[in-house]
Design a protein around this ligand. Structure first.
Ligand SMILES: [Mg+2]
Ligand SMILES: [Zn+2]
Length: 223
């Protein structure tokens, strides 16, 4: 008999905790010329996430700061069951980390109503001191990751050795691909489902956080 490993969850933000991708919503709303091509390049992995996100925000002037922040927060919609999921993780003593490729000015305000310690939230930063919005990367890739992630999820996952932890990734898209490959189990939606199928990663699809709680409760994902 092996000792049961501790469960740790790494949960994406945009398109996972929130219904939509907030970065795409903001950029689409303010519509700087050429943004669609950059999004496509990132989705098709022709451009790194850090490069693409940095370039898109650099097209927005800091004079729009209040509008950008207000719009990002007001359009976001939290996925059903998230509040209960945060409580569930506390009750079940599952460590929950929010690992987001999103930006601090919307990630922190949108997570404020939930009981998640701030040192369990990882996202990118922002600097409004210049003429245009500059995204900062406090959690940049550490070796061996060379993906130029921006907010490097694999660097964070790697801090939890697989000998001790059952590492679970929840996500939806390109920012989750590398971490999903490392995880013992994945909860996936949208593009991440296709990637899990393609790579034959162990996963379950989800629509709401109730689906994830149900699956965590009734199935044994321990391997
Ligand atoms: Mg996402
Ligand atoms: Zn990385």
């Amino acid at each position: 008999m092996s000792v049961q490993k501790r469960r740790v969850i790494f949960c994406d933000f945009d398109g996972t905790i929130t219904e939509n991708d907030n970065i795409v919503s903001v950029i689409r709303h303010f519509n700087p010329p050429g943004w669609e091509e950059i999004v496509n390049d990132v989705i098709q992995e022709r451009k790194s996430i850090r490069q693409g996100v940095g370039e898109m925000f650099a097209m927005l002037p800091t004079s729009l700061r209040n509008e950008v922040v207000q719009y990002a927060i007001s359009q976001a919609c939290i996925r059903p069951g998230f509040e209960q999921f945060v409580q569930f993780c506390q009750t079940e003593e599952i460590e929950l980390y929010v690992t987001s490729g999103g930006i601090d000015f919307f990630v922190y305000p949108l997570l404020k109503p939930y009981q998640i310690p701030s040192d369990h939230i990882y996202c990118n930063g922002s600097d409004f001191t210049g003429d245009s919005i500059r995204i900062t990367w406090p959690y940049y890739c550490q070796p061996p990751c060379t993906n130029d992630c921006g907010m490097c999820k694999t660097t964070i996952v790697r801090r939890f050795p697989e000998e001790e932890y059952e590492r679970i990734v929840i996500g939806d898209s390109v920012t989750d691909f590398a971490a999903a490959k490392m995880a013992e189990f994945v909860y996936a939606r949208a593009q991440l489902i296709e990637r899990c199928d393609e790579l034959q990663l162990p996963y379950a699809p989800f629509h709401t956080f109730y689906d994830i709680m149900e699956h965590l409760t009734h199935s044994n994902t321990h391997i």
